[in-house]
Design a protein around this ligand. Structure first.
Ligand SMILES: Nc1ncnc2c1ncn2[C@@H]1O[C@H](COP(=O)(O)OP(=O)(O)OP(=O)(O)O)[C@@H](O)[C@H]1O
Ligand SMILES: [Mg+2]
Length: 363
């Protein structure tokens, strides 16, 4: 078992900074998800732990050792890729056994380990097949079995589910969570899918252009995103954002929004004053907005999407800003082109500095 630490790690490819001064500690037996859009440096970060890329600056620690100069094969890690990369001419058993053979594990022990890994992933009945005779989900399970067979200290997974169809992905997601719990291994898991990150990670680390934006438990990141980028990346539909100006309000502060003035809750007022910001962006999650005759922000309904269990009501504010309201389907649907009023509760307001995008107030 081992922790994985990035200490001020930077990776440059020529002029491209793929990973920019990353400092992050993955705890022993933690399931940490590296999340971010395409090109943000997720795979590069993972590949540096595996030893497939060398950091330009900084140190990678596995367990208690700096591994920058340690060969990939001596790092006691296993990596699973999006492309299963199975050997097509070998059987399932042969593929799972391969890492043991290349480490010269005795035959009797190999068989035992292969059987254990195969049974952990429900592959017992498929050991004699070739990869071409398997479904995509089964192939990915073989790749996972091959990764766990050596019982490495750390699993590195790079979008391992993205080749699977939606249903299989949900199922394999649950299996992976269970597997990690059973094996008690440290996992660093790369994905651009925020649902995977929210459901699988003990903690999520969000990267943007190689720069770490926020690390935290899924619920904490969801409830208190550190900046507008994280706010927009986590949650579907994403958090609504509305630009406004801070104004005095009867001793307190309010934000002037299109068509309305929204008083800021006391908890945020001091932070806004301290930060000295005037131009802000107000964030409200779609599930925290209500269509309510007593609401203070007027809007015009543009689209009503019914998803069965809920509706997504798209509305435009007076200045054209689009906002989405998640509405339980047992409430009356608004009519398209009709005027509605939006309400929320003060504790659900997020305030961001419009210039920097950073959250104002406690992270
Ligand atoms: N070998 C390389 N040579 C040059 N540039 C590279 C190399 N590998 C990665 N990059 C660049 O580094 C940046 C980060 O790439 P990386 O593969 O880590 O992104 P990613 O977050 O994994 O993206 P994706 O979700 O698309 O897989 C990108 O701009 C990419 O073009
Ligand atoms: Mg990648």
């Amino acid at each position: 078992m081992a922790r994985v630490v990035f200490q001020h790690v930077t990776k440059r490819f020529g002029t491209v900074v793929a990973v920019d001064d990353l400092t992050l500690e993955v705890e022993d037996r933690e399931f940490l998800v590296l999340l971010g859009p395409s090109g943000c440096g997720k795979s590069t970060a993972l590949r540096m732990v595996a030893g497939l890329e060398e950091p330009t600056e900084g140190e990678i620690v596995i367990g208690d050792h700096v591994v920058n100069d340690v060969d990939p094969k001596d790092r006691d890690i296993a990596m699973v890729f999006q492309s299963y990369a199975l050997y097509p001419h070998m059987t399932v058993a042969g593929n799972i056994e391969f890492p043991l053979r290349s480490r010269r594990v005795p035959a009797a022990q190999r068989k035992e380990l292969v059987d254990a890994a195969a049974s952990a992933l429900g592959l017992e009945g498929l050991l004699d097949r070739k990869p071409s005779q398997l479904s995509g989900g089964q192939r990915q399970r073989v790749a996972l079995a091959r990764a766990i067979v050596r019982r490495p200290q750390v699993f590195l997974m790079d979008e391992p589910l993205s080749n699977l169809d939606a249903k299989l992905r949900v199922q394999t997601r649950a299996e992976l969570i269970e597997l990690q719990r059973r094996l008690e291994t440290t996992v660093v898991y790369v994905t651009h899918d925020q649902v995977e990150a929210m459901t699988m990670g003990h903690r999520i680390a969000i990267l943007r252009d190689g720069v770490l934006q926020q690390v935290g438990a899924p619920q904490d990141v969801y409830a208190r995103p550190a900046n507008l980028f994280v706010a927009g990346f986590i949650g579907n539909p994403p958090m609504n954002t509305i630009a406004g100006k801070v104004v005095g309000d009867d001793g307190g502060l309010a934000v002037g929004l299109p068509g309305a003035r929204v008083p800021l809750p006391d908890g945020i007022v001091a932070a806004v004053r301290n930060a000295g910001v005037e131009e802000v962006v107000i964030g409200v999650r779609p599930e925290h907005l209500r269509l309510d005759a007593g609401g203070i922000v007027p809007a015009t309904v543009t689209v009503v999407e019914s998803l069965g269990h809920e509706r997504h009501v798209a509305c435009r504010l007076d200045d054209g800003t689009l906002v989405i309201v998640r509405q339980p389907s047992d409430q009356a649907a608004p009519s398209v082109a009709g005027t509605v009023h939006l309400a929320t509760d003060a504790q659900h307001l997020h305030v961001f500095d419009a210039a920097s995008g950073d959250r104002v107030g406690a992270p």
